[in-house]
Design a protein around this ligand. Structure first.
Ligand SMILES: Cc1ncc(COP(=O)(O)O)c(C=O)c1O
Length: 369
């Protein structure tokens, strides 16, 4: 197996701890346990202090799986497998269902895991390009045209990192109709789904071979709990739970308990996230009306967008230089194989984010861009 660098994750590892203006993060401002206690008006520390730091129920507590099920419209708790974040959820799905010689279809730009991990397993892949001119959308027929006899899975991200693209129900149903007869799985990483007023259905509620993955990392501000999940048919979940025995065993009692608490208070936490994300989007919209060296398709859902800069510099050099000279932290488009772009996050303190954008304009002035 040939290991390729996971560019966006490596960039985050190398750059995220040394910045003044974090303009790129995907996780809404992380919560501490005491902030969580305050926000949900509940004391957690006594329970945590006396909790054995044990594995906990191996497949996840019924309470946790029931809380996750409340995010969907169909199924029972045996349709849910608990994972260590979405990254591990995607990995478990791919390791369990794909084999060398299979073909998968994904898109670009997107999260590199969706095609690199299948490639490492010996699969071939085709990618459909998202079209910025068309609001970073892609024609469903472009995916259908790539289906062949070896196609085992279509792997999407909705809303997408980094473009914010969402696929609506009509789009998904057309794709499902083209996949059903050949029993092609549709795996959608839905980690950013659920913030907008009108969120499309989960693929796991629409299609018997649909598999949804998600976690508490982004919209729920508790990435460090490493609670993620997979929603799929009983058969797929049974197989994945077999695979889990070889890989993670469990996510642990402490995370199970806190994750359940977060989901039981999801409305309060999502309201906080929505307020931060919407304020940042409004600020960016207003800022771009008078900053013509930049443009952005500001998505309706999700926590990130893909900022287009209109001057000639490669994105790696730009991101490195900005961080060094101003403390502004962006992930460059090069990490998504797309130049002249920077990933912008709507996740952090709106005042800091706006100050960072103003500093960016000042920097472009100083360098005569
Ligand atoms: C599309 C996508 N999937 C998965 C992950 C990893 O998330 P988690 O913390 O749930 O493993 C990320 C993180 O940036 C992401 O953007």
């Amino acid at each position: 197996m040939k290991l390729k660098c996971f560019l966006v994750e490596q960039w985050m590892t190398d750059h995220e701890n040394d910045c003044r203006y974090n303009l790129t993060d995907t996780c809404v401002e992380p919560l501490s346990i005491s902030q969580l206690e305050q926000l949900t008006d509940c004391s957690l520390m006594d329970t945590i202090a006396s909790m054995p730091l044990d594995y906990g129920p191996i497949v996840g507590s019924d309470d946790l799986r029931q809380s996750i099920l409340s995010l969907y419209t169909t199924g029972d708790i045996d349709n849910i497998a608990i994972t260590q974040g979405t990254n591990n959820a995607n990995e478990l799905v791919m390791m369990t269902l794909l084999k060398a010689g299979d073909h998968i279809i994904s898109m670009t730009p997107t999260y590199q895991q969706f095609y690199e991990l299948p490639a490492m397993l010996g699969c071939s892949y085709d990618l459909v390009s998202l079209d910025e001119e068309n609001g970073w959308k892609a024609d469903v027929e472009s995916f259908i045209a790539l289906i062949n006899n070896q196609t085992k899975m279509i792997i999407l991200n909705s809303p997408n990192n980094p473009t914010g693209t969402s696929f609506d129900d009509e789009w998904l149903k057309t794709l499902i109709d083209a996949c059903r007869e050949r029993q092609i799985y549709i795996l959608i990483d839905e980690i950013y789904r659920g913030l907008a007023d009108k969120t499309p259905s989960s693929i796991a509620d629409l299609y018997e071979y649909g598999i949804a993955t998600a976690s508490l990392s982004k919209l729920y501000s508790v990435a460090g709990l490493r609670i993620g999940w997979i929603k799929a048919s009983h058969q797929v979940i049974d197989n994945i739970n077999q695979m889990r025995n070889y890989t993670i065993i469990s996510t642990g009692l402490l995370s199970d308990f806190l994750g359940t608490h977060v989901l039981k208070n999801k409305e309060l936490i999502l309201a906080r996230s929505r307020a931060i994300v919407n304020q940042n989007k409004d600020n960016l919209k207003a800022y771009l009306t008078h900053e013509k060296r930049l443009s952005c398709v500001i998505p309706e859902d999700g926590t990130v967008g893909f900022l287009h800069y209109h001057f000639d510099m490669d994105s790696t050099t730009l991101a490195e230089t900005l961080q060094k000279e101003t403390g502004i932290f962006f992930v460059p488009g090069s990490c998504f194989d797309k130049e002249y772009h920077l990933r912008i996050g709507f996740t952090r303190d709106p005042e800091m984010t706006l100050a960072g954008l103003k500093r960016l304009s000042q920097w472009m002035d100083e360098h005569h861009y």
